[in-house]
Design a protein around this ligand. Structure first.
Ligand SMILES: [Zn+2]
Length: 670
């Protein structure tokens, strides 16, 4: 077999004509489906599923690059184009999902003629057909389609409001008198930003690197309060700019999701969400979450009490207000462990971290990452790597885009640009992943340096990328991330973070930017000791997000427009340890569940962490860079994608089902 690389050419994307191209491709695909159905009587994998994959593949390869640019190079033109295409896509998907003749044709394929992966894929396809309403009456079908289209628009609007509200805020300071305590890189960024606005002094924004730096290090409590208030009221009725208020959007999104679930015969949206997940029941998820709340609660309150005492003993603040928590915590962490995230940055210049990660990937999985030059990219900061295995076979490509800049969506994420599959001419189409972060860029004379948290982020997202590109599944629907149950998707990413906590691995990852010294043992020990600093408070906060997400989707009350905030209030009586200010509207910028795909699925982070901690504990037993254990993880989990159930791939690797113990132990809660 030979490989056909064919990387996307971003510079050739013709935005003004993209919508027409998209329309042409979609109508060609629709005509092709009709032709495939008419040409055959006895349907098989080869004459039906394989050609359908060709169509899905051509759509992914056209749409993903444009959709990616919309996230990382947002402009009026791109946003308009992206938004104009969403209804086309939604129409197309619902038409495919409602094609009864196609559903029946797939149903008629003889399962005995298929291998195990193909059988799993077929089951998933038929389930997805049912979830897209194929069996509905024509009246319900029409309503269902309308809901889908509206939801696509509303969730996109929700995200845009958050992005716009974030960018609408900036705070100009003429000098640094209010900026005492801020690390130099944050001052440099704020000064550089002021320059681009042709202003003297500094401009602060709500973009993550700036916001977090102020909350963690600014001595000036008033400044922290100003930014905190702006941040937690983004896109809400409480924000200074009312133009981006998400209140009604949240209600409408939940109302439509609830109606959709009922149309499909589910009691609520949470139950519908679980149809594609590893967790078996809504009650099971809730008791899993409440069990963790119960186990973490006492320790979380003890941690907060200790923090309050520290604040008053050190006279850092009078009362411990929400905008003081990160600041006082950092001071306490420093006093306990003599450790600041900032001091650690000097040990983690980006180039060294990347070298270290590549070396770990090489030792565990036998994969080499090589940067390739001359690739068409969307921004000069972007790098493209090809991944080659021990037999010198190309496994796939990863694009990295690591630095924050205006018009780039916040946070960190990976995405698929193309999936692995065997083409009709028996060549392999290599998978392509993108890795996006929002790290602070280096100042002119220094290389970019990461905090340890950012090193963890990099491992996390790279873990997702490896899952996508190391797959050996030949069929599109189960290659890489495709077809993996949602609540198991975070297993390879959270799993990979563990290496950033291990001394042997840290020796490969760290090199002081001036002395070249790797992370000293004393600092490492302090880092490790600080790992579980306030871990119960952290866990409880995750439970608050997870419970809020799950309950608003499980028990939605259509009659009460205030209901979303009531649910949050009720959950907080069990989960909150930090005092809540009445204007806090965190839910209005909770894009994971109202914008992205984590609706009634936020719990997956902690669910997957149970799996990842338990999987990692085998490396603790057998050696952190043990190549045999690494190859086992590669063959049992990373290469299998969605070709087997996640519970089974886990069992293949660990020899038993997952246990919760490793998670609690890793958080120091047992
Ligand atoms: Zn993730």
């Amino acid at each position: 077999m030979t490989y056909s690389p064919g990387l996307p050419v971003f510079s050739s994307i013709d935005v003004p004509h993209f919508k027409t191209q998209m329309q042409d491709l979609l109508s060609n695909n629709q005509a092709a489906v009709a032709r495939i159905l008419a040409e055959n009587k006895n349907y098989t994998w080869e004459n039906l599923i394989h050609p359908l994959n060709d169509l899905d593949d051509s759509l992914e390869r056209l749409w993903s690059p444009l959709s990616h640019l919309h996230s990382v190079m947002d402009s009026k033109e791109l946003r308009e184009c992206y938004e104009a295409c969403l209804p086309l896509l939604s129409d197309y998907n619902s038409e495919m999902g409602h094609n009864l003749a196609l559903y029946k044709a797939i149903q008629s394929i003889d399962v005995h003629s298929l291998d195990a992966s193909q059988q799993k894929i077929l089951e998933d396809i038929l389930r997805d057909f049912q979830l897209s309403g194929v069996a509905l009456s024509s009246k319900d079908k029409a309503r269902f389609e309308k809901i889908q289209k509206e939801l696509a628009e509303l969730t996109n609007q929700f995200e845009n409001n958050v992005l716009d509200a974030t960018q609408a805020f900036s705070l100009h300071l003429k000098d640094d008198s209010q900026l005492k305590g801020l690390p130099q890189h944050a001052l440099d960024t704020a000064a550089a930003y002021a320059k681009t606005k042709k202003l003297p002094g500094y401009v602060l924004t709500l973009e993550a690197p700036c916001y977090l730096a102020v909350m963690t290090y600014a001595k000036d409590a008033e400044l922290r309060k100003t930014l905190y208030q702006a941040y937690v009221t983004r896109a809400s009725d409480q924000s200074a700019d009312k133009g981006f208020d998400n209140t009604k959007l949240m209600y409408d999104i939940l109302r439509l999701r609830d109606e959709k679930a009922r149309l499909l015969g589910f009691p609520n949206y949470a139950a519908l969400s679980l149809a594609t997940k590893m967790a078996e029941s809504t009650d099971g998820v809730l008791s899993f979450l409440y069990d963790l709340v119960k186990r973490a609660s006492l320790q979380a309150h003890t941690e907060f009490k200790a923090l309050s005492q520290f604040a008053s003993q050190t006279k850092l603040t009078n009362a411990l207000e929400p905008w003081d928590v990160a600041y006082v915590s950092e001071k306490k962490r420093e006093s306990l462990y003599g450790l600041s995230q900032e001091a650690l940055r000097a040990y983690f210049p980006l180039y060294r971290v990347m070298q270290g990660i590549f070396s770990i990937i090489q030792q565990l999985y036998g994969m080499t990452m090589q940067e390739i030059s001359g690739v068409d990219v969307w921004h000069p900061d972007v790098r493209c790597y090809c991944v080659v295995d021990e037999t010198n076979q190309l496994r796939g490509y990863i694009y990295t885009d690591l630095f924050a800049r205006p018009n780039k969506h916040g946070g960190a994420w990976m995405d698929s640009m193309q999936s692995r599959r065997v083409l009709s001419n028996q060549t392999i189409q290599p998978p392509i992943a993108t890795l996006t972060c929002n790290f602070a860029k280096s100042s002119s004379d220094k290389p970019a340096m990461l905090s340890h948290d950012e090193v963890l982020t990099l491992f996390h997202e790279l873990g997702h990328c490896l899952h996508h590109i190391l797959t050996q599944v030949d069929y599109l629907d189960a290659a890489g991330l495709n077809g993996v149950e949602w609540d198991a998707v975070e297993l390879p990413s959270q799993f990979f973070e563990n290496w950033a906590w291990n001394q042997e691995a840290l020796d490969l990852l760290s090199s002081h930017v001036e002395t070249g010294e790797s992370l000293p043992k004393a600092l490492y020990e302090a880092l490790l000791a600080s790992k579980n600093f306030q871990s119960a408070m952290y866990l409880l906060r995750q439970m608050e997000f997870s419970l809020f997400d799950f309950i608003v989707h499980k028990d939605f009350n259509v009659k009460d427009p205030e209901w979303v905030s009531k649910v949050l209030k009720e959950i907080r009586t069990q989960t909150a340890v930090i005092p809540i200010v009445p204007y806090n509207r965190f839910q209005h910028s909770f894009t994971h569940i109202f914008g992205g795909g984590y609706a009634a699925g936020y719990y997956s982070y902690i669910w997957a962490e149970v799996l990842s901690c338990d999987a990692f504990s085998r490396f603790e037993e057998e050696g952190i860079l043990n190549p045999t254990t690494g190859r086992d993880f590669l063959h049992c989990i990373l290469e299998k994608g969605g070709s087997k159930k996640a519970a089974q791939t886990f069992r293949d690797f660990r020899g038993r089902d997952a246990k919760i113990d490793a998670l609690l132990k890793q958080h120091g809660i047992m």
